[in-house]
Ligand binder design. Structure first.
Ligand code: SF4
Length: 258
C-alpha cells in the first residue's frame, strides 16, 4: 500500500527518475512545485486501514523533499499513523527523518526507514540528484540505526560503476536493500559511463543484467543483512529462495527487534 504526500513533481528531480520519465512527456511533472496532498483526505485514508498494515510513504515521489519543511504533510501523516497504529515504510533520499523533530515522532514499533543512495561521492551525486548529499544520508542511517530504528541503506539502483564498495563496506550499516538498474532509452540518456552492453536480459520493456552478473555484484557488498528488490521473475525467485533473509518479504521489514 502506498501513500504519497506530494505528487506530480519532486524537488530532488533526479535525472533518472522513473516517475519523472512517465509524467514529463505529458507535461505533468513540475519539479519546483509538487502538488501537496490534502491532509484531511490522507487522514481519512489512514483511519480506514486495519491496524498492523504497513504503508509505503513515497511510492511515486519523495515524501521528505524540501517542501516538507513548508507544508508538513508527511509529518502530520506520521502523527496520524502513530495514533492508528499503522506501520510505515519511509523510502527517501533525504536526511530529514534523522533530524530531532522527526526522530521525536518516529515510532520504533511502526517506522521502517530506507534511505537511498546511488553513489557515495557528494559532488558526483549532485550532478544528477538534488537531494541531501550522500554523506548526510549515510549519517542519517547511522543515527537511526544507533537509535534502535529499523533503518537500511537502499542501493537503488545499484550501479557498479558508481559505487565505491570499500567505502560502502566500512560504514557499519547493518541492513541493505538492493535494487538493480533497469535500462530503457530514458535511463541510457542519463547515466554516463555505464556499460549498457552487459544489460542483455529483456523483460517488461526494460533491459536487465543477467543473474550471474547480479550475483557477482551482490558478493561485493559486505553488509550483514542483504535483501534484493527484484522485478525479473526468475531472478526474484532465486533471491527469495537463496539470499533474502525473509522469503515472504523482500523488503525485510519484519526481522527487526529493537
Ligand atoms: S527522489 Fe525519487 S521521486 Fe524524487 S526525483 Fe528522485 S527518483 Fe524521482
Amino acid at each position: 500500500m502506498r501513500l504519497d504526500t506530494y505528487g506530480c513533481g519532486c524537488q530532488h528531480n533526479c535525472n533518472y527518475c522513473y516517475a519523472r520519465s512517465l509524467l514529463h512527456f505529458r507535461g505533468l511533472w513540475d519539479a519546483a512545485h509538487p502538488r501537496v496532498a490534502d491532509i484531511e483526505k490522507v487522514r481519512r485514508k489512514i483511519r480506514s486501514l486495519p491496524a498492523g498494515s504497513i504503508i509505503r510513504l513515497g511510492g511515486m515521489t519523495d515524501c521528505f523533499q524540501p517542501c516538507e519543511l513548508q507544508y508538513r504533510t508527511t509529518y502530520q501523516a506520521i502523527q496520524e499513523m502513530n495514533l492508528c497504529r499503522v506501520g510505515y515504510l519511509i523510502v527517501t533520499k533525504s536526511a530529514l527523518p534523522s533530524s530531532p523533530e522527526y526522530l521525536a515522532i518516529l515510532d520504533k514499533d511502526l517506522a521502517h526507514i530506507q534511505i537511498t543512495v546511488t553513489c557515495l561521492d557528494d559532488e558526483r551525486t549532485a550532478q544528477y540528484e538534488k537531494a541531501s548529499p550522500p554523506s548526510q544520508r549515510i549519517r542519517a542511517i547511522q543515527t537511526l540505526q544507533a537509535a534502535g530504528y529499523d533503518a537500511a541503506i537502499r542501493l537503488s539502483p545499484i550501479i557498479e560503476e558508481y559505487m565505491d564498495f570499500d567505502v560502502l563496506n566500512s560504514l557499519e550499516i547493518e541492513k541493505c536493500v538492493i535494487e538493480f538498474l533497469r535500462v530503457n532509452a530514458w535511463i541510457k540518456k542519463w547515466f554516463q559511463g555505464v556499460d549498457f552492453s552487459k544489460y542483455t536480459v529483456r523483460q517488461g520493456g526494460y533491459c536487465h543484467l543477467p543473474l550471474e552478473e547480479k550475483q557477482r555484484i551482490i558478493e561485493k557488498i559486505h553488509i550483514p543483512q542483504k535483501t534484493i528488490c527484484e522485478d525479473v521473475t526468475e531472478h526474484y525467485q532465486f533471491w527469495r529462495d537463496f539470499v533474502n533473509p525473509d522469503k515472504e518479504d523482500c523488503c525485510n521489514l519484519r526481522k527487526h527487534h529493537h
